[in-house]
Write a protein that binds this ligand. Structure first.
Ligand code: NAI
Length: 266
């Protein structure tokens, strides 16, 4: 159902790879809510993924960009502002990659070069995107910037490896850059801490299917799906949440505040 929540709003969505991606679901919902947006991903992901299917469906332009490259981000923002003939209202960072996890390296045996690359991709890219938007004066007043995180930033989940540390850093950037955006432009910056859902990035985590089942049993409302996550993010892009900023917002069916559930015991 559409409520026209984003009518007249414009934005950039990072990280839609295929129909399972959280960013894909956000793009579909944003389109239903009458937003206009640019889709972006790395050149390699544009080749292996299905982004052109999504751009066709949502009548949106695709601009390739590696979110770790300031040069790419400058081009992306210049083309986007040019395309819309003015500033934008929302940004979604839905990007993560751990090379250590991909290579099966556990937390005690991290490779530090992989660590640096994964950190650049999964966390520092959020700062770079915001810095580029800041320098280009790209955001309208009362705009909204959102990234997606996981509770392994706050508690230990052994198989989540160095991604746990990237997520902690991502949440810290949210608080610190959120302050400056608020003061200067009345723009809000948040992270959404989402339940597990099966996507390409998630499949790389060892024992992910068991985590999904366990999390479902612990959460009083059950896991939040990627579709649920998209619905929530739409509210954060809308004018209904103008004073919510610098927060890590749990969207997890109650998982984060449950010790143990009867379902798990039985
Ligand atoms: P996904 O694999 O569909 O999306 C990850 C995206 O990151 C891909 O589109 C990939 O191309 C993009 N990416 C990788 N390197 C990049 C770079 N250098 N520049 C630009 N884009 C790059 O997986 P998913 O699950 O949709 O992930 C989106 C976000 O949600 C991630 O931050 C992830 O950690 C987070 N998240 C996912 C959960 C899950 O269970 N699926 C749970 C909680 C958070």
């Amino acid at each position: 159902m559409s409520y026209n929540l984003l009518k007249g709003k414009k934005g950039i969505i990072f990280g839609a790879l295929d129909e399972n991606s959280i960013a894909w679901k956000v793009a579909e919902r944003a389109y239903e809510e009458k937003a206009s947006f640019v889709l972006t991903n790395t050149p390699a992901s544009l080749r292996i993924g299905k982004i052109y299917e999504l751009s066709h469906k949502t009548k949106s332009m695709v601009i390739p960009a590696d979110a770790t490259s300031i040069q790419d981000l400058n081009i992306l923002f210049e083309k986007t502002l040019d395309h819309f003939g003015g500033k934008i209202d929302f940004l979604l960072h839905s990007i993560a990659m751990s090379i250590n996890i991909r290579k099966g390296l556990t937390y005690p045996s991290l490779n530090y070069e992989f660590l640096r690359k994964g950190w650049e991709i999964s966390a520092v890219s959020y700062h770079k995107i915001m810095q580029t938007a800041w320098n280009k004066k790209a955001m309208n007043k009362w705009g909204s910037i959102v990234a997606i995180t996981y509770i392994a930033s706050q508690r230990s989940f052994p198989h989540y490896g160095d991604m746990s540390d990237y997520k902690s850093y991502l949440e810290s950037i949210t608080r610190n850059f959120g302050y400056h955006w608020g003061i200067k432009e009345k723009v809000r910056v948040n992270t959404v801490s989402q339940s597990p859902s099966i996507t390409r990035a998630a499949k790389a985590v060892k024992g992910f299917n068991q985590l999904l089942i366990l999390s479902e049993k612990i959460s009083p409302l059950g896991n939040a799906s990627a579709q649920d996550c998209a619905n929530y993010i739409i509210t954060l892009f809308s004018d209904l949440t103008r004073k919510v900023t610098m927060q890590n917002l749990y969207h997890d069916g109650g998982f984060s505040h449950t010790g143990i559930s009867e379902a798990l015991i039985s």
